[in-house]
Design a protein around this ligand. Structure first.
Ligand code: NAD
Length: 476
C-alpha cells in the first residue's frame, strides 16, 4: 500500500514488506513543534549551560547509541536495505560524531582580536535558536547525527526532518537524546514529504537556519526560500565524482577502490565514484579488471553472509535507476555488466539491481553528467592531464574525486586542479567527523564536520570592553 496524506508507510526494500506506519506532521503540529522548540531554547537552560556541561549530555547520547547499537543498525537495515555491516558502521559513525562534538565543546576557543583603541575586543559564538535539519534516506542515522550533534553542541534547538523514505531512525535518536538528559523539545522530529512538510519547515518564520543534505534540485528550492527569508543554509548536495586511474597506479589497489567506490552502499552514496577515468593506454586492461571484479560482487539480502550489496533503498528508487540505464543505452552506451533487474529467489521480493558498468559514452552524455545514485559506473578514457582535467571538471557537480598514481607531484597537480570538496589520493571514500566535508559548484554550500562543523550552527558576536580613561568625544 502507498503512503497517504496522513501517514508514511515504511517498506523493507529487501522483502517488500510493510514494517511501520508513521504519522505525517500536520501544519498545526508543525507550528506547535516550532513554538515548543523556541520555548525549550529560551527556558531549558541549554544555551546558558557551559559548553563542557553540554559535552556531558552529548557523551551520554553517544552512550545511549552504544547501548542500542545493534537494534539501531537492524532498524536502519530494514528501513533502507543497506547491508547490516554498513548499518553498524553508520551507528558507529553517529556515536563518534556525538563524542567528537562533545570534545569540540570542551576545547573550542574564540578569538581575542587585535585592539585598535582603548578597549579589549573579542568574539563569542551565539546559537541561532531553532534550526531545521533535513536529511536524505541513504544513511539516516549518520546524516542525522552529523547535523544534530554540532547544532545542539552550539546551543540550538533542532527540528529534524528525516526523509519520507527512511522515517524510522530520527525518532529513535530523539528518544535516546531525551533519555540521556537533553532537555525536552530541544530535539524534535517532524515527518512528511519534502514538497509539503519539508518546504513548510524551511519557510516557517520560526526557523532561523537550515541544514540540508539531499539532491541538488531540492537544495536549490530550499536556498531560494532561505534567500527570501535571509537565513543561512548549509547545503550538502549531489555528486558525479571522477575516479581517476593513471598508467603508473598501483593497479590492484586502484581496481579494488574503483569497485568499492561505486558499488559500496549500492552506489547510493553522494560521494560514489560514478565516473571512472582511465588513462588511454591502459583503458581496455583496467576496464576489463573492473568489470571482472564487478561481476563477482555478492548481491544478496542485507543480512546474508558475505553480502557486498543489498537492495536499493526503495522500489521507486530502483525505477529511477532502471530509467537511468535505459537512457545510457539510448545514448549509445555499451553495458559491460549488469543493466537488468535480477530475478529468482530474494531478487523477486526486493528492490535489487546489479553492479552495472557502461562505456562508449561521450563525457558530455547525460548519463555522464547526471547522478544515478545507484550501482552504475560509466567509464571514460583520457589522453593526458589536460584532457582529464577538462573532462573531469566538465560537470555541474564538485563533491569528491579519487586519483590513483604513484607520482606524488602528479597527484598534487591533479588534486589541486579538480573541482571537488574532497580529494582522495591512493584511497577513496574516507570521510570522518574530524575533517571538513562539502561540495564545490552544484554539490553544495558550506562545510559540515570538523571544528567548523559546529561554527556552522553559531553566529559570531564581536564584543568590546571599554577601558577609556576619558569620556568618549563626539568627533576625534
Ligand atoms: P531529496 O533531495 O529528494 O530529499 C532529501 C530530504 O529533503 C528529504 O528529507 C526530503 O523530504 C527533503 N526535501 C525535498 N525537497 C524539499 C524541499 N523543497 N524543501 C524542504 N525539504 C525538502 O534527496 P534524496 O533522494 O532523499 O537523497 C538523495 C540525494 O541526496 C542525492 O542527490 C545525493 O547525492 C544527496 N546526498 C548528498 C550528501 C552530501 O553530503 N553531499 C549525502 C547523502 C545524500
Amino acid at each position: 500500500m502507498a503512503s497517504s496524506n496522513t501517514e508514511l508507510i515504511s517498506t523493507n526494500p529487501a522483502t517488500g514488506e510493510e514494517i511501520a506506519r508513521v504519522a505525517i506532521t500536520s501544519m498545526q503540529e508543525l507550528d506547535a513543534a516550532v513554538e515548543r522548540a523556541w520555548q525549550a531554547f529560551h527556558h531549558s537552560g541549554w544555551k546558558e549551560l557551559l559548553p563542557h556541561k553540554r559535552a556531558l549530555v552529548l557523551n551520554k547520547i553517544a552512550d545511549g547509541l552504544v547501548a542500542e547499537k545493534e537494534s539501531l543498525a537492524r532498524l536502519q537495515m530494514a528501513d533502507n536495505g543497506k547491508p547490516l555491516g554498513e548499518c553498524r558502521g553508520m551507528v558507529e559513525s553517529a556515536i563518534g560524531t556525538f563524542r567528537y562534538y562533545a570534545g569540540v565543546c570542551e576545547t573550542l576557543e574564540t578569538d581575542v582580536t587585535p585592539s585598535r583603541g582603548d578597549y579589549v575586543s573579542f568574539t563569542v559564538l551565539e546559537p541561532f535558536g531553532v534550526i531545521a535539519a533535513i536529511t536524505p534516506w541513504n544513511s539516516p542515522i549518520m546524516n542525522d547525527a552529523t547535523k544534530v550533534a554540532p547544532a545542539l553542541a552550539a546551543g540550538n534547538a533542532v527540528l529534524l526532518k528525516p526523509s519520507e523514505d527512511s522515517p524510522l531512525l530520527g525518532p529513535e535518536l530523539a528518544r535516546i537524546a531525551l533519555a540521556a538528559g537533553l532537555p525536552k523539545d530541544l530535539l524534535q522530529v517532524v515527518q512528511g514529504r519534502g514538497a509539503d512538510v519539508g518546504a513548510a519547515l524551511v519557510a516557517h518564520p520560526g526557523v532561523r537556519m537550515v541544514s540540508f543534505t539531499g539532491g541538488t534540485t531540492s537544495g536549490r528550492a530550499i536556498a531560494r526560500v532561505a534567500g527570501d527569508k535571509l537565513i543561512p543554509t548549509a547545503l550538502e548536495l549531489g555528486g558525479k565524482s571522477p575516479h581517476v586511474v593513471f598508467a603508473d597506479a598501483d593497479r590492484e589497489h586502484a581496481v579494488a577502490a574503483v569497485v568499492a567506490g561505486i558499488f559500496g552502499s549500492a552506489g547510493q552514496s553522494c560521494v560514489a565514484g560514478s565516473r571512472l577515468f582511465i588513462e588511454e593506454r591502459i583503458y581496455d586492461e583496467v576496464l576489463a579488471q573492473v568489470v571482472a571484479r564487478a561481476k563477482t560482487i555478492r548481491v544478496a539480502a542485507p543480512d546474508a553472509d558475505g553480502v557486498e550489496m543489498g537492495p536499493l533503498a526503495s522500489f521507486h528508487h530502483r525505477e529511477r535507476v532502471v530509467r537511468f540505464v535505459d537512457r545510457a543505452r539510448e545514448e549509445g552506451g555499451r553495458i559491460l555488466c549488469g543493466g537488468e533487474v535480477p530475478t529468482g529467489g530474494v531478487f523477486d521480493q526486493g528492490a535489487y539491481y546489479p553492479p552495472t558498468v557502461i562505456d562508449g559514452l561521450g563525457y558530455d552524455a547525460v548519463s555522464c553528467q547526471e547522478e544515478a545514485f545507484g550501482p552504475v559506473l560509466v567509464a571514460l578514457p583520457f589522453k593526458d592531464e589536460a584532457d582529464l582535467i577538462a573532462k573531469a571538471n566538465g560537470t555541474a557537480f564538485g563533491l569528491a574525486c579519487g586519483i590513483w598514481t604513484e607520482s606524488f607531484k602528479k597527484a598534487w597537480r591533479i588534486g589541486r586542479a579538480l573541482e571537488a570538496g574532497s580529494v582522495w589520493i591512493n584511497t577513496y571514500k574516507q570521510s570522518v567527523t574530524s575533517t571538513p566535508f562539502g561540495g564545490f559548484k552544484n554539490s553544495g554550500i558550506g562545510r559540515e564536520k570538523g571544528i567548523d562543523g559546529m561554527k556552522l550552527y553559531a553566529q559570531v558576536k564581536s564584543m568590546y570592553f571599554g577601558l577609556h580613561e576619558q569620556p568618549l568625544a563626539v568627533a576625534k
